[in-house]
Write a protein that binds this ligand. Structure first.
Ligand SMILES: Cc1cc2nc3c(=O)[nH]c(=O)nc-3n(C[C@H](O)[C@H](O)[C@H](O)COP(=O)(O)O)c2cc1C
Length: 279
């Protein structure tokens, strides 16, 4: 498997899979890269076979090719292979078994520690470092880098799933990975070859009219859009996950209570303890 899969659907089919048959946007320009992006799906069951030698380094090269705010490069990534550490990370993430199962597990860091070390070495003070803005810069950098790695992995026939649930306990993650102050795991990423039965369908998204605003923000017929999307997602769930949840039900359940944040309601004090004052 060395390139974009030849079995990728054409433009019309790819758009219909992403939006459902009733919300297909007008066709525009198209490329293999766009087809790859539209074919994305998260995978939560992996074969044990490792990707070829050099895959990790290739994914990191793709990650480092992402844009980075002011070229500060305020992110790092930890590749974790130790099964005992993987097991503990899986526990932190609420028992997500794919963290132990996938051949490659990456923890992406918002990493201001390097800038702190540069300042120390140069005998300088970085007054901008303790601000929320700088943490946000680092988190955005980490996300852009990781997404480049995801696209690169998918172009090689690999599958992925992000693991935001590592933020259930960022301090425990920092202890396990021996992170210096000023570095925090913002999410993990499983990478590997999908179990054939686990590839699933492309998960539909909201219609473009819900997310694309022209000139100014407009709510439009949001209720009707949501009802249509609930229908689409309910059917998707029944086909792929044997549940009948609509998108609305899932959204409400995900944010309904402090408990549903699964420890992430403590994120601010936890990040402060890890050396991010978030001023
Ligand atoms: C930052 C981030 C964190 C995520 N965390 C998890 C996670 O902890 N566990 C999981 O199974 N999926 C996780 N996901 C995957 C999303 O659930 C998935 O992307 C979404 O349902 C859309 O499905 P798709 O990626 O197959 O299109 C995460 C995705 C993102 C972007």
């Amino acid at each position: 498997m060395d390139s974009i899969t030849p079995t990728m659907p054409g433009q019309a089919e790819a758009l219909a899979l992403r939006y459902g048959p009733d919300a297909v946007p007008p066709a525009g320009p198209w490329s293999d890269a766009i087809a790859l992006l539209l074919g994305h799906r998260s995978v939560r069951a992996y074969r044990p076979d490792a990707p070829p030698a050099g895959t990790l380094e290739t994914l990191v090269a793709a990650a480092q090719s992402a844009a980075t705010s002011s070229n500060l490069q305020t992110w790092s990534v930890v590749a974790v292979s130790d099964p005992a550490v993987r097991a503990q990370l899986a526990t932190i993430a609420g028992g997500q078994k794919h963290i132990e199962q996938c051949p490659l597990f990456l923890v992406w860091l918002a990493d201001l520690s390097r800038l702190g070390r540069i300042a120390d070495a140069e005998g300088r003070t970085l007054e901008g470092l303790p601000y929320l803005e700088t943490f946000l810069v680092a988190s955005i950098d980490a996300a852009l880098a990781a997404q480049n790695a995801v696209v690169a992995a998918e172009s090689l026939g690999l599958s992925t799933v992000y693991i935001g649930a590592l933020r259930n306990d960022v301090e425990a993650v920092a202890r396990l990975l021996r992170l210096p102050p000023g570095a925090a795991g913002v999410f993990g990423l499983c990478v590997g070859y999908a179990e054939p039965a686990a590839t699933g369908e492309v998960k539909p998204r909201l219609p473009q009219s819900a997310v694309l605003h022209r000139e100014t923000y407009g709510i439009g017929d949001e209720r009707a859009q949501r009802a249509a999307y609930d229908g689409l997602m309910g059917a998707f769930s029944r086909r792929n996950e044997m549940q009948a949840d609509t998108w609305t039900e899932r959204v409400l359940a995900r944010i309904a209570s402090i408990r549903s944040l699964r420890g992430r309601d403590r994120l601010k004090p936890a990040l402060r303890a890890l050396g991010f004052p978030l001023r």
